[in-house]
Design a protein around this ligand. Structure first.
Ligand code: ATP
Ligand code: LTN
Length: 332
């Protein structure tokens, strides 16, 4: 049987956090053993909101190093920077000409980001077209499965309908992809506001634990993380949303069941629970941080990996793009 193709991407637009790790990267590392895996650093998506040019370049390399430090192995997977393979922008343009405006306007992420952009410098049309670029990323590789956090499910669904519509009109061209969520960590919430997802573009760094936060910072952030009224440590998303989120993080890192955790901390206060949770996160992130520091000393090697990745990805994407151009009537 042929191996399944998986594809996913992360934006180099801030500090990668434990939500990105548990919701996405941790799945990537497992999947590369049994699938044909492609991981992208989606810099063209990052610029749909204003970025500082120097910072963007630095963050792009940083995401590459974090992928590697977390265990992405370039011998098993392809890893590259989106803008290094021009097929992505080209297919995205073609898909824009085939996607009704209304479908893009109803995307939840667009509606949310639009609100915060309006308060700043205005909404850029790239923000609206973000999902067609994501559809291009996925469809270029005839992807079967897209491992992502829950917030991206709607974009994968839209990708599927864009692909279906194209196939119906021009004949079978694209595989129809499916999202894959990590059930126990599909939506890690903000430490300072458990009603919203943990996000690297949050206003305050107290919203998230970055993968590169120091042990002291991690302990401080967990200590000051919001809790709920009452002192019980119980999983109840409605009545105890903050504590439930901390329990979900504890479970995702320790693999200990939520039931066990509830029993272990019965009658104990938040302080002890938070101290243990902080220590577990520190222990899990330590080896990743150590590998990251080593890679930082070796950025030429990392550059080489992403350049090779771009070439390997291009060999695959170019086949799909040629077929698309041929089918829609562009002269090859
Ligand atoms: P931003 O909030 O700035 O848009 P982000 O934190 O959502 O950024 P992305 O690069 O958009 O980060 O996401 C990378 C991957 O991490 C995606 O698969 C996304 O679904 C997943 N992810 C992001 N935030 C969370 C979260 N809080 N819980 C679980 N998964 C998440
Ligand atoms: N929109 C995604 C990042 C992303 C992506 C992709 C994920 C861009 N292209 C293709 C999966 C497949 C996000 O996490 N915000």
């Amino acid at each position: 049987m042929t191996r399944q193709r998986i594809f996913s991407g992360i934006q180099p637009s801030g500090n990668l956090h434990i939500g990105n790790y548990l919701g996405a990267i941790q799945q990537f590392v497992g999947l590369q053993e049994t699938t044909d895996a492609i991981f992208c650093i989606v810099d063209l998506h990052a610029i749909t909101v204003p970025q500082d040019p120097e910072e963007l370049r630095k963050k792009t390399l940083e995401v590459a190093m974090i992928y590697l430090a977390c265990g992405i192995d370039p011998k098993k997977s392809i890893m590259f920077v989106q803008s290094h393979n021009h097929d992505h922008a080209e297919l995205a343009w073609i898909l824009n000409t085939l996607t009704p405006l209304g479908e893009l306007e109803r995307m939840t992420q667009f509606k949310e980001k639009r609100q915060s952009a309006e308060k700043r410098r205005g909404v850029l049309s790239g923000l609206l077209n973000y999902p067609t670029l994501m559809a291009a990323d996925i469809l270029l590789y005839q992807t079967d499965v897209v491992p992502v956090g829950e917030d991206q499910k709607q974009h994968v669904e839209l990708t599927r309908s864009i692909a279906e519509r194209f196939n119906n009109r021009f004949g079978d061209t694209f595989m129809l992809p499916k999202e894959m969520l990590n059930k126990s960590a599909e939506r890690i919430m903000g430490l300072d506001d458990p009603s919203k997802k943990m996000s690297k573009s949050a206003k305050s760094a107290n919203n998230y634990i970055a993968l590169l936060d120091s042990p002291d910072e991690i302990l401080r952030k967990i200590k000051t993380a919001m809790t709920d009224s009452g002192s019980e440590i119980r999983f109840d998303k409605k009545a105890k949303s903050a504590v439930s989120n901390l329990l979900a993080v504890y479970h995702a890192f320790s693999k200990e069941s939520i039931k066990n955790l509830e029993n272990r901390y019965a009658g104990k206060g938040y302080a002890e629970f938070k101290k243990d949770l902080g220590e577990i996160i520190i222990a899990k992130l330590e080896p990743i941080q150590n590998r990251f520091r080593e890679l930082e000393k070796n950025s030429d090697e990392v550059m080489k990996i992403i350049r090779e990745g771009a070439e390997r990805s291009g060999a695959i994407s170019q086949k799909t793009l040629s077929e698309v151009k041929q089918k829609i009537g562009l002269i090859a």
